[in-house]
Design a protein around this ligand. Sequence first.
Ligand SMILES: Cc1cc2nc3c(=O)[nH]c(=O)nc-3n(C[C@H](O)[C@H](O)[C@H](O)COP(=O)(O)OP(=O)(O)OC[C@H]3O[C@@H](n4cnc5c(N)ncnc54)[C@H](O)[C@@H]3O)c2cc1C
Length: 498
Amino acid sequence: MDKHVVIVGSGLGGLTCGYLLAKNGYRVSVLEKNAQLGGCLQNFVRGGVKFETGMHYIGCMEEGQTLYTFFRYLALLPDVKLSPLDKDAYDIISIAGERFAFANGKERFVESLAQRFPGERSGLLRYMQTIEDVANQSPMYTLRHTDAMVLLNPAYVQQSASEFIASVTANSLLRQVLAGNLPLYAGVKGKTPLYIHALISNFYNKSAFRVVGGSDAIAKSLARSIRAMGGSVRPCAQVVGIRCNDCKATGATLNDGEVVSGDYFISNLHPLRTVELLDTHLIRKSYRQRIASLQNTVSNFTVYIRFKKNAVPYLNSNLYHYNAPNVWEVGAYRPSAWPSSFLYMHLCSAGGQQHAEAAILMGYMNFEEVARWKGTKVGQRGDEYEAFKRQKAERILNELEKQMPGTRANIDQYYTSTPLTYFDYTGTENGSMYGILRDCNELMQTTVSQRTKVPNLFQTGQSINSHGILGVIIGAIITAGELLGMNTIMSQIREMAD
Ligand SMILES: Cc1cc2nc3c(=O)[nH]c(=O)nc-3n(C[C@H](O)[C@H](O)[C@H](O)COP(=O)(O)OP(=O)(O)OC[C@H]3O[C@@H](n4cnc5c(N)ncnc54)[C@H](O)[C@@H]3O)c2cc1C
């Protein structure tokens, strides 16, 4: 066959498409603007300690579970070492002065919360049952054969997550607790569809793991496999335009003028970045306007903490803390009252470790707070920007100290990133964490298709199907399925699982 597919961007979506297509006989070239591959899978090292930037824990990785099956097909299992999070408390929701643990498994999850909310057992059971039903009804999740274009039950798509949670319990604290993991999808009250909350909650409830030594192992493994199958993966290859003739795309122009021609093109970029690359009548003004008008999920400010040696016991849970009484409101924060919430996680440098070497501490942040430095370069944004970051870091570290007393004294050094950092490193609009925000009230308008009006140009990545490791891999299967047939890929995956 040997048709040439040019993939713009080496995020998880681009690399997964590259793997699927190379495995099925296509010639693949992945073009990445950064020196490091992986987009959100990038890690960086400071003072000998490695930090993850955008992939901290994954789920459904026990043998036979969905992501495990995908990982096996993608030849990731030998290269990606995992460390299980605490099965009794993979996530801890801290709110109103109390802590609530999420335990793995439907029954244990219910049991754990029913101890604190004894009158809510039936609501909790209903909650977990629906979460599981949403996942089980998705053929991509259960690896069933499907010819349907609709991959989810419309009821789960049209109801909001907040509405659903409110329907299972009238207890206002329990409602907050059940929504407490919403930074995983940057949920917005009344907008984020139930299916997003359900698929993600079910995913981690089945099993939850950190990647030992950093999530960049996933990008490195996929790139190695693509190269081993004859494809090329090129860092420092920024695409500045996608050339089209009257009816289709013909080449990707790099910043040094080189043109990489191909039979098919896949963009792994934020859809707004993709349309910017296209100067063709094939992409209509109305499409450009729609993409530009879409709301994006919020961004974040992160403190990357390096601890003194053997000083901080390893915390095998993720801590979601809220000062605010309503977890759905943390996205609409006032800068003067920031941070109203944070997410704190230790990074796993070795399996079975007793002490943490590093942690990340994240709070929501809107791009507007750093917009005045847009256009400046990483490391050269000036003193005011540095002062801004220091002030924000001190504030969020002080909040952490209130919840985890003694932590500050054990910090050797810390580093920070802002929405601008994400914008510069991944090109995602406004540094948005998960790309375009899905709105259950305007589902069609907020869904971006993998197809474009340029017939040989497709899109993949977190703004297309869904975000996160599972959402982006499933999205890549749908995108590569445009060339290979989705059921061909799914049959191969199933065959390997049998
Ligand atoms: C802070 C944070 C924490 C997260 N934590 C988790 C987690 O714990 N678990 C989980 O499952 N998910 C997590 N996610 C989500 C997950 O990381 C993303 O959904 C996923 O990695 C996005 O993949 P993508 O394919 O959309 O590509 P991206 O990661 O967006 O990569 C796009 C790539 O395209 C490149 N590019 C851009 N412009 C050009 C150009 N012109 N030419 C060439 N290349 C270009 C970029 O440099 C980048 O490498 C997190 C995300 C964030 C931001």
